[in-house]
Design a protein around this ligand. Structure first.
Ligand code: ADP
Ligand code: MG
Length: 253
């Protein structure tokens, strides 16, 4: 998609779990070349929302439109294959395998249509293609020099970058990141922010869930605030930070 083109259109998403309304009538859009943050206190419904977007879960009402098409009924593999890639709140790695193999394998298993069918009988050409792509994406995220290290030897910040490299192998239009800055040191957060800006400037749409406001202030182009499952407000970081409801939700003011 060209910069500025709408890639994601979230229309009135509601998700109920029994009597609990985890997401209530949430709407927003996302454009190519934009970093959008979804913030909110613990339990606000951020991960639930992400699960609706990535096809892991289905909304009770409303719809997600990706590149102009409703994704209802698609499931996570089809959503990923269509170009919406995600990372998880907790990094999932095979610690004794190399960084490179982790990226290639992850990309393979989650990747495009029919890949699982071939997983057990990967031919040489396909394997070489995957490894070359994995190496290219590792360089893109700044981990090129660590490709041969065991993944378990990486610092947490580097593991997060590895996960992003893995997601990028599918050549997504949208990158969904669930709390990418959680647990990172300041230097690691800065490296992550620099990478996300670079990806944004290359035309990717980046959507992240985060509750580290300091991290988002200089990074996000736009912020959607969710409180108790509902969208409270939306705007530039400095605007939403001044919103009385946001202060109340975060500070109990
Ligand atoms: P956040 O990611 O913002 O911390 P979540 O989306 O994980 O919040 O959770 C929102 C609410 O939905 C919480 O009250 C949580 O307990 C509830 N919830 C999430 N997933 C489920 C589920 N599968 N079944 C029942 N309740 C759930
Ligand atoms: Mg969460």
């Amino acid at each position: 998609p060209a910069r500025g083109e709408q890639v994601l259109d979230v229309r009135g998403i509601t998700r109920r779990f029994g009597g609990l309304v985890a997401n209530k009538d949430i709407s927003f859009t996302l454009q190519a070349g934009e970093i959008l943050a979804v913030i909110g206190p613990n339990g606000a419904g951020k991960s639930t929302l992400f699960n609706q977007l990535s096809g892991v879960d289905t909304p009770t009402a409303g719809e997600v439109r990706f590149l102009g098409r409703s994704t209802r009924g698609w499931g996570p593999a089809r959503v990923a294959a269509a170009g919406l890639a995600r990372t998880f709140q907790h990094v999932k790695l095979l610690p004794t395998m190399s960084v490179l193999d982790n990226v290639a394998l992850g990309a393979h298993l989650r990747g495009r249509a029919g890949l699982l069918r071939h997983a057990l009988r990967l031919d040489r050409a396909e394997e070489a293609r995957l490894l070359a792509e994995a190496r290219r994406q590792l360089q893109r995220v700044g981990l090129g020099d660590l490709a041969d290290r065991p993944a378990g030897s990486l610092a947490l910040g580097q593991q997060r970058l590895l996960e992003i490299a893995r997601a990028l192998c599918a050549d997504p239009a949208v990158l969904l990141l669930d709390e990418p800055a959680a647990g990172l040191r300041l230097k690691e957060k800065q490296a992550l922010a620099a990478l996300l800006r670079q990806l944004r400037d290359e035309g990717l749409a980046v959507l992240l869930v985060e509750h580290d406001m300091d991290f988002l202030m200089t990074l996000a182009d736009r912020v959607v605030v969710i409180v108790f499952g509902e969208k409270l407000t939306e705007g530039r970081p400095a605007e939403v930070q001044r919103h009385p409801g946001v202060l109340e939700a975060y500070l109990g003011a």
